[in-house]
Write a protein that binds this ligand. Structure first.
Ligand SMILES: Cc1cc2nc3c(=O)[nH]c(=O)nc-3n(C[C@H](O)[C@H](O)[C@H](O)COP(=O)(O)OP(=O)(O)OC[C@H]3O[C@@H](n4cnc5c(N)ncnc54)[C@H](O)[C@@H]3O)c2cc1C
Length: 328
């Protein structure tokens, strides 16, 4: 059921088996499995999942490569709803461990907000990450192209960048070292833009020059292009660099503030889990982009299946069916 301010009272005293924070590919997949295991679940989602920004979902078995991410979300929500899962548009602010259950405080509504508290035995953190974009005065200019031919994921879109004039928008020296030489698998024509945010060391500059990559350290004024197709960048000094595509690697924001009070194992910003998605807390699972692994929609969906299955294994008990027992 889709919960809203008007029907929240119906769920006030309910102890859910599982609360899922985030209704992206991972959270929806977990919810579908949980409902089919006959466990009760509530997905709380603040919206604008990372998949929402995917204009074309690549590498997803069975879906045409021009499928928008929002179609995956829409179909996933319909599927979950058809299994009677509860879904609430809201922002999870905090989680408290009460021993054998969690209480979860949620902000519902941007204006006249209310703050209901829900309870569940298990928690699945499926709240993902979001990419940091080049900070311009006019951010609309970045959103015009981000997710179209200005990419954020080399695994997803390296194929689309093949042999093209590519701008690499770096957030740090480490991001250049980590990404540029791998990007060169797809294209030889790479210009690195630091947007004036950090200095590139001399040894790395020399190495990049040896490989034939240009570095531009002057800040960007704006992206150029039209109809969501970026065709270049203009720097603050007026210089124009024509480009056919771009890759942004400026770091990520991790949506995990509500887990602050738990001292969970992490690697960088990512949560460390076992192969079924269990974190260092026995009743908290992490799936999708928020956990250590490969940030892909199909992996997030698979993670959801694993976490839900493990929780079912934890909770299931043999049932004694009185009627059958008395007749055998
Ligand atoms: C532009 C772009 C293109 C991409 N292209 C591809 C591609 O072609 N192929 C591919 O496989 N992958 C692609 N990806 C990656 C893919 O989108 C992610 O791997 C996938 O969406 C991860 O799913 P998830 O469920 O972990 O997180 P998400 O889809 O990000 O879902 C997390 C949800 O949790 C919500 N949330 C966060 N914090 C809270 C909170 N406190 N309370 C409530 N809700 C919260 C978020 O708003 C979001 O709705 C792309 C990503 C981007 C940005």
């Amino acid at each position: 059921m889709l919960l809203s301010k008007s029907n929240l009272d119906d769920r006030a005293d309910r102890l859910y088996d599982v609360m899922i924070v985030g209704g992206g590919a991972g959270g929806l997949s977990a919810g579908i499995y949980l409902q089919r295991f006959r466990l009760s679940s509530l997905i709380i989602d603040k919206g604008k999942a990372r998949s929402f920004w995917m204009q074309e979902l690549h590498n997803y078995l069975g879906l045409p490569p021009d499928t928008p991410g929002r179609v995956l979300l829409q179909k996933g929500k319909q599927h979950y709803d058809s299994l009677d899962g509860d879904f609430l548009n809201g922002f999870v602010e905090s989680v408290i461990d009460e021993g054998d259950s969690f209480s979860v405080r949620v902000k519902v509504g941007r204006t006249n907000s209310i703050y209901p508290v829900f309870r569940a035995k298990y928690l699945i953190a499926a709240s993902g990450i979001i990419d940091n974009l080049p900070p311009l005065e006019d951010m609309k200019n970045v959103y015009e192209y981000a997710g179209y031919n200005l990419h954020v994921c080399m695994v997803c879109d390296g194929y689309e960048m093949a042999d093209k004039q590519c701008g690499f928008f770096a957030g740090s020296e480490a991001s250049i070292e980590e990404m540029v030489f791998n990007l060169s698998w797809f294209t030889a024509y790479i210009t690195i833009f630091t947007h004036g945010q950090f200095e590139v060391s001399e040894p790395l500059k020399t190495q990049l020059q040896e490989y034939g990559y240009r570095i531009v350290e002057t800040p960007i004024e704006q992206f150029l292009g039209r109809n969501h197709q970026m065709t270049g960048v203009q720097l603050v000094d007026g210089t124009i660099f024509p480009l056919e595509t771009g890759l942004i690697s400026m770091g990520s924001t991790y949506h995990n503030a509500y887990l602050q009070e738990f001292n969970l194992d992490r690697k960088g910003g990512y949560l460390v889990t076992d192969k079924m998605g269990r974190t260092s807390h026995p009743r908290i699972f992490a799936i999708g982009d928020l956990k250590v692994g490969l940030n892909q929609a199909i992996v997030a969906a698979g993670d959801g299946a694993l976490a839900a299955t493990q929780i079912w294994r934890d909770l299931r008990v043999p049932r004694r069916w009185e009627v059958l027992a008395s007749t055998t």
